[in-house]
Design a protein around this ligand. Structure first.
Ligand code: ADP
Length: 242
């Protein structure tokens, strides 16, 4: 029996106006894959991710998430989304543990967290190396630490798919390296990871698969092959970078 892909885009075309920014893209991501979507600014990476997650609907073609139409998908706990540098948290006067605790909300209903739920929260903090910061306010963390906290929230929610949108923008080089080490670890544990990345040097040493995009797919294959190919030059040459 073949397993249902986590993400399944089939002949997807989408435009905010008459002009498509995504054109006839077919991509499947299977459970356990570790893939990066790369491409120049304005090449459609975020749009593609929104289509995959059902936040936008294709003009043409179909988008499925865990086998269901992405637009009507409502099992949010199966995916964890880590936004770019999580700037929305600036006004959140809450601790790291409280952020991670939110990952349990879909599982617990009104009864509150059980001892087991708290154990899952603490284990998630441990997995991302943030136990020592559990009681620190999220606003008092560095960019890299904050992203770890958001990954911990996804882990506490038992997410099967982790979607990260340029997670290391504004994060210092050393923290970027250890952040990717963490993703490698989680990938080895079996979670499916889909990453949007502008910084290519960060990903090609880590991910298994690179999807290089500029309105259409210029490359889709192993990271090693991508590095040796001319896909990047072609993709970057095809657009006037914003
Ligand atoms: P990337 O993530 O690769 O930078 P985007 O998916 O954000 O690319 O954008 C792809 C194209 O769609 C760009 O030309 C961008 O200007 C345009 N675009 C993105 N979001 C919107 C929007 N909400 N309304 C209109 N155009 C948009």
């Amino acid at each position: 029996m073949t397993e249902t892909p986590v993400v399944d885009l089939d002949g997807v075309t989408f435009g905010y106006t008459q002009t498509p920014v995504i054109e006839d893209i077919s991509i499947t991501v299977d459970a356990g894959e570790y893939a990066a979507v790369v491409g120049p600014n304005g090449s459609g990476k975020s749009t593609l991710m929104k289509l995959a997650l059902g936040l936008l609907s294709p003009d043409d073609g179909s988008a499925r998430l865990f086998g269901d139409p992405a637009a009507s998908f409502d099992d949010g706990q199966r995916l964890g989304y880590v936004a770019q540098h999580a700037s929305a948290t600036k006004a959140m006067p809450i601790t790291v543990r409280e952020v991670v605790k939110m990952g349990r909300f879909p599982h617990v209903g009104f009864s509150g967290l059980s001892t087991t739920d708290w154990e899952i929260v603490d284990r998630a903090l441990e997995r991302v190396g943030m136990s020592a910061f559990a009681d620190r306010r999220i606003t008092q963390l560095s960019g890299g630490q904050r992203q770890r906290a958001f990954i911990a929230r996804a882990l506490a929610g038992e997410a099967e798919l982790l979607v990260l949108d340029e997670p290391t923008v504004g994060v210092d080089a050393e923290s970027v390296a250890s952040f990717y080490d963490l993703l490698d670890l989680l990938s080895a544990e079996g979670i499916t990871i889909l990453l949007i990345e502008h910084d290519l040097s960060a990903v090609t040493d880590h991910v298994d698969r690179v999807i290089c995009l500029n309105r259409t797919v210029y490359f889709d294959g192993p990271a090693e092959t991508f590095v040796q190919s001319d896909a990047l030059d072609r993709a970057f040459g095809a657009v006037s970078v914003k």
